[in-house]
Design a protein around this ligand. Structure first.
Ligand code: F0G
Length: 482
């Protein structure tokens, strides 16, 4: 790939941008971090920014915007209906995705809400490579049943399979044979599969899925929120496409889907979302819900400024330097962890670096939320905020039984173009200290547990006084330092 990766002697990826606006950070002392995590009910979603040093919770809506994006926001054409800004965004999507119709929505889950309402009925079977939290909740809310048909390597944290987000074609065929096509309104394909560590699917795999679905008459719905990273991995890991441009790969993938939806908090590096399709019939089916839930058809709940920024952000995502900026820094971090024998999901995916809590803190019973305990401990240790992606992020079944997640991950997200190399080194260094002291990390228990999407605002407490002990060990090892 031209110009995407520069190495110094130490295999250091380079930022292909310069910083022109900064935000001051502070690192509060560990004693304050202990108070903060307690106030937040050991839920990193409930921490306050003023207590956080490196915010690696998510890449959603927090990617750095470019000078051109910011400039475009000043030109936004504000009107309830018929805004020129909408037409610009619609044209950009037509150009890069090759789809005729665009329905705007305020973010990715708003698209999921509408799509589930239109296509899911009680008893619907929805096959997918892997679920995403909000997609699953919307489908289940409408009585749908999710069937994950990921290749087995996808759930192996240390597999070296380059495309762990691939669909297992035999599982797909078996599922169609078992349920028949009438019960399956669509298959959902998630690019850059979030919950298994931002792992991509290959273009070859998508072609095979397409072939099977075409024969069976099943629609393909693509969640393109993390497509940018997936494009990069196809280009760099799939031999056949190494000379194909990112733009062409984008067009080909979108051409294989019937419906594409995306969170523009990720794809396009701004805030918003939408649904694209080439089918007039599908467009008309979906359309009536946009004014009902989101806003008029020419803004769908987004501000016109954000729509301008998405338009520019999407164009910039077609730039091969830009699209590499997430994955090459994530890969750097993953390699640093690997060198230190710290359990981490490999190969490096998109979105962030994923510590494998199942192994990192294997002494914690899974019912005490391994990845949740680790998230608390990493915050305490370095002021680094990650996100639990394990059992805590699941929902109990109807009888109230805990559903144990296949993987227990702590995600350290790297919003694109936000952190510097020394900040990454610091995060690795603090996690290394914690790994040496991992036996001190304990589990958590819910003290306030919401029924739906409990991880967003549920509150937990440590099962023992392990956090006070960890703070004391930190002070013994680090002296006065923060
Ligand atoms: N699909 C995927 C694959 C996502 O990663 C997300 C959001 C959504 C849909 C929903 O989009 O946030 O705009 O409503 N992921 C965020 C994350 C929240 O932190 O991983 P949204």
């Amino acid at each position: 790939m031209a110009n995407v990766k520069f190495y110094s002697g130490e295999n250091i990826p380079l930022e292909m941008h310069k910083v022109r606006i900064v935000q001051k950070l502070q690192l509060v002392p560990i004693e304050r971090r202990l108070a903060a995590v307690t106030e937040a009910g050991n839920n990193t979603f409930l921490l306050k920014n003023s207590d956080i040093f490196l915010d690696m919770l998510t890449d959603s809506g927090v990617n750095a915007m470019s000078d051109r994006q910011l400039a475009s926001m000043m030109e936004a054409d504000d009107s309830y209906a018929g805004s020129a800004t909408f037409t610009k965004l619609e044209s950009k999507l037509q150009e890069i995705m090759g789809t005729k119709y665009f329905l705007p929505a305020h973010q990715g889950r708003a698209c999921e809400n509408i799509l589930a309402e239109v296509f899911v009925t009680p008893g619907s079977i929805i096959p997918m490579n892997y679920h995403f939290t909000t997609a699953k909740s919307h489908i289940v809310r409408h009585g749908g049943i999710i069937e994950e048909i990921l290749i087995d390597e996808g759930l192996n944290p240390v597999s070296d399979h380059p495309f762990k987000g691939n669909v297992d074609i035999d599982k797909l065929k078996a599922l169609i044979a078992r349920y028949g096509t009438d019960k399956i309104p669509f298959i959902r394909l998630e690019s850059g599969t979030n919950l298994i560590g931002g792992q991509p699917f290959s273009l070859e795999n998508m072609r095979e899925v397409h072939k099977v679905c075409r024969e069976a008459g099943i629609m393909i719905m693509l969640d393109a929120s993390l497509l940018a990273d997936n494009l990069y991995f196809i280009k760099t890991r799939e031999e056949k496409y190494k000379n194909t441009s990112i733009r062409e790969i984008m067009r080909t993938i979108c051409g294989l889907a019937d419906i594409i939806y995306f969170s523009a908090r990720k794809l396009g590096c701004a805030r918003g979302g939408g649904i694209c399709t080439n089918s007039e019939a599908l467009y008309l089916k979906i359309r009536e819900f946009v004014p009902l839930y989101e806003g008029f058809l020419t803004y769908g709940g987004m501000s016109v400024r954000e729509m301008e920024a998405i338009t520019v952000g999407l164009e910039e995502t077609m730039d091969e330097d830009m699209v590499s900026q997430g994955p090459i820094f994530i890969e750097y971090m993953v390699e640093e962890f690997k060198k230190r024998k710290i359990p981490v999901v490999t190969p490096a995916g998109g979105l962030g670096c994923h510590l494998n809590a199942m192994e990192f803190v294997e002494h914690i019973p899974q019912k005490e939320y391994r990845a949740g305990g680790l998230a608390s401990a990493v915050y305490l240790t370095g002021g680094v905020r990650g996100m639990e992606r394990g059992t805590l992020s699941e929902q109990r079944d109807e009888e109230g039984n805990e559903i144990y997640s296949n993987m227990e991950l702590l995600r350290l997200a790297l919003p694109r173009r936000v952190f510097t190399m020394s900040q990454l080194k610091y995060a690795v260094d603090r996690v290394e200290w914690l790994y040496e002291n991992r036996k001190m990390v304990g589990g958590l228990k819910y003290v306030d547990e919401p029924k739906v999407l409990r991880f967003f605002f549920g509150r937990l407490a440590p099962v023992s006084d392990w956090q006070e002990k960890l703070v004391a060990k930190f002070r013994a090892d680090f002296g006065d330092s923060l």
